[in-house]
Design a protein around this ligand. Structure first.
Ligand code: SAM
Length: 443
């Protein structure tokens, strides 16, 4: 038989085999088998905070290698058609999440007919049957008899009490609407924002939008959902050398919202103090949140609450560390520079700025001085160095920022360049799950 080179395929199956053994071993280490998709019990590794590093890496390899293998062996036309059809699944997820179908199926192991679910939810029975059939075919819900559906491991994440459901709804409702208008904003000098083109409103202008209250409440829940998915409270206390910071080191959480991530930091490192800053109404709510969740920090004055406007004011001056999380990706470069310049004005010579964001990796190696090998965990060959499909969510979020807000996720080179223009010098990157911590000091 001729000796054909199929190593690009067999190398992928070898990666998958090894990674699956790692997954089995990690479950065995906690005395469990890997739960099947039909299992409704939460497994031991629901969020990154509970997931050992070896398991996280194995999962990334399996996701990336399975996709690359499928795309390699399938007819390219089928692959492309499947990709183009994916928005249909998103639209179906929007329907079932808004109608709370997973809630209706809770404690119904034998399932319910789609017609009954539609009746209770007050929606169209025939359409819901077809929607659930598609979703079950893609492993979300289980069809137990023709037209009768039950929850499974994936649909349980659509329960209204689970913050993932708010994320799903936001992406499949606001997100899908905005995405449909992307191509209509692509002409050369068009700086229009797809969401605004679709609805007539800026995304964050919840007060003017017809269902603005619903959207604003949902947005607040999505922040909790993102926190869980990215494991911010878990990674922040671990990923940076906090324990070697001197006693009474003060961190300023710049536009920190309710400060849930820096609260975890203070709980893990009691020698740190915090100044939490945000808009007045957010800070008022944040104080209440801290009084309930971490009263001793409030009583001992380890946390101060200071309202401000990051476009007009510098944050509190002279803090040791300024922490900026999930902010710059909301803004274009000219707006981000105002925020960064205001922070620089507050910094003393030895202050550090830590930016906690998704940092996009190039899908190839050795491109610039911020090359993947120097800073990031690089995927084993023949996977793409940035783990391809396993990290695609971060690139999808870049497009989501483009379509909802006209803003962007950035590469390390882009962050370094942006900060350099504001008198800030990059010193180090600390990987922290799907997000990273970038440390800067004054030039
Ligand atoms: C995406 S949230 C990020 C919150 C938090 N840093 C986190 O990582 O969860 C953006 C935050 O920016 C705040 N913000 C928006 N405009 C602001 C302004 N002009 N001045 C101060 N904070 C602002 C919002 O209130 C909100 O808390």
């Amino acid at each position: 038989m001729a000796n054909f080179d199929n190593s690009h395929v067999t190398a992928l199956t070898a990666l998958i085999n090894d990674a699956v053994q790692d997954v089995i071993a990690e479950y065995a280490a906690v005395g469990q088998a890997i739960p099947s998709l039909n299992s409704l019990k939460p497994g031991p590794f629901q969020v990154p905070a509970e997931t050992p590093a070896r398991l996280m890496k194995a999962i990334k390899i399996i996701e990336a290698a399975c996709a690359q293998l499928t795309y390699t062996v399938s007819p390219p036309g089928s692959v492309m058609l499947n990709k183009a059809l994916e928005h249909g699944e998103a639209a179906c997820l929007s329907v079932v999440t808004e109608a709370r179908i997973a809630d209706l199926l809770l404690d119904q192991p034998a399932g319910l007919p789609a017609s009954k679910l539609a009746d209770i939810a007050g929606i169209h029975a025939g359409k819901l049957t077809r929607i659930l059939r598609l979703l079950a075919t893609k492993h979300c819900f289980k069809e137990v008899q023709p037209g009768v559906f039950a929850n499974n491991r994936l649909s349980m994440k659509l329960l209204s009490a689970d913050p993932t459901s708010a994320l799903v709804l936001q992406r499949t409702d606001d997100g899908l609407l905005a995405s449909a208008y992307l191509n209509k904003t692509m002409s050369k000098d068009d700086n229009g924002i797809p969401y605004q083109r679709a609805t007539g409103f800026p995304y964050f202008d919840f007060d003017s939008q017809p269902d603005g209250l619903k959207r604003s409440e949902r947005f607040a829940r999505t922040m909790v959902g993102w926190g869980q998915i990215f494991g911010k409270e878990h990674f922040l206390p671990q990923a940076y050398p906090w324990s070697v910071q001197p006693p009474e080191t003060t961190i300023c959480d710049v536009a920190g919202g309710n400060g849930f991530a820096t609260m975890a930091l203070l709980k893990a490192h009691p020698h740190l103090n915090l100044v939490l800053q945000d808009q007045t109404q957010i800070i008022d709510r944040a104080r209440e949140f801290w009084v309930k969740q971490h009263p001793s920090a409030v009583q001992k004055e380890r946390v101060k609450f200071v309202p401000f406007d990051f476009f007009k004011d510098a944050p509190v001056r002279g803090c040791d560390i300024y922490y900026l999380s999930f902010i710059l990706h909301d803004w274009q470069d000219h707006e981000s520079k105002i925020i960064l310049n205001n922070i620089r004005k507050a910094m003393k010579p030895e202050s550090k700025l830590i930016i906690h964001e998704i940092v996009l990796r190039n899908a190839l190696s050795n491109t610039d001085e911020f090359t993947a090998e120097a800073y990031f965990d690089v995927a084993p060959k023949p996977l793409l160095p940035n783990y391809g499909v396993a990290r695609a969510r971060t690139y999808e979020l870049d497009i989501a920022m483009m379509t909802l807000l006209g803003s962007q996720e950035r590469t390390l080179a882009e962050y370094v360049n942006l900060c350099h223009q504001c008198g800030l010098r990059f010193s180090k990157l600390y990987e922290a799950g799907e997000m990273d911590l970038m440390e800067f000091s004054l030039v």
